[in-house]
Design a protein around this ligand. Structure first.
Ligand code: ZN
Length: 456
């Protein structure tokens, strides 16, 4: 009718808006149709090619056939390019909810660098069901996006996530070479939750968590198996049969068993960085309230652009940072006569063992026997063993790692710095040499953390 009167088009838009406004007042928040969604994606996002501007947010893979199948993956060429960095070997992923009126789920994908900074790879907005198929689509989307961007294929060594069995299944089919790691923080929370129903007395719970913390440092699969067997035995002897059975089924034998350091040495052990990214997505400006999927995509467009710029300012670190505090520790450790004498005969071989804090409790020979066979008499025997000596070795990326707790967290420790100094002539700074052995850096939040990237 309006067209028949040759009314200008804006009138139709006004009318449409008035109608939408009335509908919204009547029915609550607007629901976007899948056709609208496809139109918006085509209008807002350009094609991804090897020439696309690095920080331009793109949507190289989407499916708007039906609300159930809804899938759209957003990224930038720069964020994708981080996947080719040395050390980008563990893909971290998780889903988050309650962001849109329609109840869509957001899947985030990221990699952590050796400075423990998280670099998002992209996000996928999906329907309301988080199953193996959607994770497979998200993993596939990375592959497709890399191809479109003219970047090398990505074949992760590991994929880290929480306990979702959907992710376990998707990892097995999409990345058959990758080990499915479980976030240690998540694992601990799950175990704590089950302690009541598995009849663990309240006064024993803290000790059990400490024991699990010791077991987490197991530096290889064989060591973990042997130590876990002894820990289960100990719990059974203490009458904690139900808990031991549960722990064995889920965390020693089940598909979530890879939550210990030795499952992937030199890789991240928690998804905390990703969780805090989710927290920030939810807190961010307009995302504080649930929103329509259309506005949500607009907001993600802005956020991903920001992440991309931040990931360029703080580039992906393939080597852990050598702090002055660590150099001071490494320097004094390497100057200690006992350590010097211990390490000297090993400097010709490629593997180095260094004395740890419990070296008085166990002979080096006894340590070596367990290192080879991984047979412990008791769980306590394992705990002493794991702190009596440490093994310093190079990983496949050429990084010098150590089996101590500090190296597990930071991928660098006083032992690796000492070995570099004693064997490879990579000396510490003059500043570190001048500082006293008990030097502690001033406390405070490091200035280099940006709003988008985090240190876990
Ligand atoms: Zn160490």
């Amino acid at each position: 009718m309006l067209n028949a009167n040759n009314d200008p088009i804006p009138e139709t838009i006004k009318l449409k808006n008035a109608l939408l406004y009335a509908k919204r007042k009547l029915n609550g928040p607007p629901l976007i149709t899948t056709t609208d969604f496809a139109d918006r994606i085509e209008a807002d996002f350009t094609e991804l090619t090897p020439e696309t501007e690095p920080h331009k947010v793109v949507c190289p893979v989407y499916d708007t056939e039906s609300p159930e199948r809804l899938f759209a993956f957003f990224t930038t060429r720069h964020l994708l390019s981080n996947l080719s960095s040395v050390g980008a070997t563990t893909l971290q992923t998780d889903g988050t909810y309650k962001l849109t009126y329609e109840g869509n789920i957001l899947i985030t994908l990221a990699v952590s660098d050796k400075a423990r900074r998280l670099h998002p790879v992209g996000v996928a907005i999906i329907g309301k069901k988080e199953d193996a198929a959607v994770y497979e689509r998200a993993f596939e989307a990375i592959t497709t996006a890399l191809q479109k961007a003219g970047l090398p294929a990505f074949d992760p060594n590991a994929v880290m996530s929480d306990g979702d069995p959907a992710i376990t299944a998707a990892v097995a089919s999409s990345f058959p070479n990758a080990r499915r790691l479980t976030c240690y923080y998540h694992m601990k929370k799950q175990v704590q939750k089950r302690m009541g129903s598995k009849k663990v007395p309240k006064d024993r719970r803290q000790t059990i968590l400490e024991e699990i913390k010791s077991l987490q440092l197991a530096c290889s699969d064989a060591i973990f198996k042997s130590a876990a067997r002894r820990l289960l035995q100990r719990w059974k002897q203490l009458g904690l049969k139900a808990f031991a059975t549960y722990f064995k089924r889920v965390w020693v034998k089940g598909p979530l068993q890879y939550w210990y350091e030795g499952a992937a040495m030199g890789e991240v052990s928690t998804n905390n960085g990703l969780e805090s990214l989710h927290g920030r997505i939810k807190r961010f400006g307009t995302l504080r309230k649930k929103m329509s999927i259309g506005s949500f995509v607009k907001e993600m467009n802005r956020l991903i652009g920001e992440w991309s710029h931040a990931s360029e300012t703080h580039t992906f670190q393939s080597v852990p940072p050598r702090t002055v505090a660590l150099e001071v520790k490494g320097f004094h450790w390497s100057e200690d006569p006992f350590n010097k004498e211990f390490v000297a005969p090993q400097l010709r071989t490629g593997i180095y063992f260094v004395p740890g804090s419990f070296s008085n409790e166990m002979s080096y020979r006894n340590y070596g026997r367990c290192d080879l066979r991984g047979r412990f008499k008791t769980f306590g025997h394992f705990v002493i063993w794991s702190k009596a000596y440490y093994r310093v070795f190079r990983n496949s990326d050429g990084l010098l790692l150590c089996t101590c707790a500090s190296s597990a967290k930071r991928f660098i420790c006083k032992h690796s710095i000492a070995i570099e100094r004693m064997k490879f002539d990579i000396d510490v700074s003059l500043k570190a040499k001048a500082l006293p052995i008990d030097f502690r850096p001033a406390r405070g939040r490091p200035k280099f953390i940006s709003a988008a990237l985090s240190i876990d």
